[in-house]
Design a protein around this ligand. Structure first.
Ligand SMILES: [Zn+2]
Ligand SMILES: [Zn+2]
Length: 271
């Protein structure tokens, strides 16, 4: 069964292409039951892709308006994709996705989500070209996300592989990489957080498979952790991108249930 729920979406309030109402209409057309908005939290630097503090007020008001306008046709939830380097009041939100889009090296922020050339320049300048060292610092950030963001869901757990299709920068089977990923994952699963299968990098042509990699998904299955399917969509065309394939991928990794949200609460469906 393919879930008819998606809690990871972006709109023109941050770096998305469509308005929130266009996304709602697109989701209704696609037969979606629950649509959650997860605008990027304001960050105090380099923030062209985030909401501003002012914009966040407008975002909250607009999503709340849409929730009422479309009540009975679709469940709309007000969420936030809370970056580790933001500082936000989480009280207005129905749920929080905690994500790390940067690695901090002695005060220098390296974006791992922007462009390959930016990532490469950062790793060369601050890590002497050692991507394993960058990945170590990326996964070490994971230990701070739950407490800082008070999140319910961890966003794109292995985002650090975004530009690494085909092992372009490092070997994802290398113990130096996997040991850090497993350790951070174990920590998050103990906190009983929901992890996501995120098709965003596939829809935008960066990766062939959704996040996370199969060894991570298998570990989640083994530990009976919770996982949900999200598109990290920035436009109506990709609202449910690759969902059917992602369900097959999850099954092949041993996942039997997916977490969804229904009536404002987490629920599970069999796949
Ligand atoms: Zn993100
Ligand atoms: Zn996102």
């Amino acid at each position: 069964m393919t879930p008819r729920c998606n809690l990871h979406t972006h709109t023109t309030f941050c770096d998305g292409k469509n308005t929130a109402e266009e996304m709602v209409l697109g989701a209704i057309d696609a037969g979606c039951e629950t649509l959650g908005f997860s605008g990027h939290s304001p960050i105090p630097f380099d923030n062209w892709w985030c909401m501003t503090e002012e914009g966040m007020g407008d975002y909250i008001r607009e999503i709340s308006r849409l929730r009422e306008k479309y009540r009975g046709r679709i469940e709309i939830l007000l969420g936030l994709e809370y970056d580790l380097f933001s500082d936000c009041d989480t009280s207005p939100f129905d749920y929080i996705i905690g994500s790390s889009h940067y690695v901090d090296f002695k005060g220098n922020k390296i974006s791992i989500d922007d462009e390959a050339s930016i990532l490469e320049a950062g790793v060369n300048e601050f890590y002497g070209g050692d991507f394993y060292a960058l990945a170590r610092d990326y996964y070490d950030n994971m230990y701070y996300i739950p407490e800082h963001t008070k999140c319910d869901i961890i966003g794109h757990f292995d985002l650090v592989t975004k530009f690494n299709e085909g092992g372009r920068y490092f070997d994802e089977t290398d113990e130096r990489y996997r040991s850090r990923a497993y350790a951070a994952l174990g920590f998050l699963l103990e906190k009983e957080l929901v992890l996501e299968i995120n098709t965003g990098a596939v829809s935008r042509g960066y990766r062939k498979n959704p996040y996370p990699a199969d060894f991570i998904l298998k570990y989640i299955a083994e530990k009976r952790g919770r996982v949900m399917l999200n598109s990290d969509s920035h436009s109506i065309e990709t609202l449910f991108f690759g969902f059917a394939d992602a369900v097959e991928y999850a099954k092949a990794c041993g996942i039997r249930k997916l977490t969804v949200m229904k009536n404002g609460k987490f629920d599970e469906i069999k796949i």
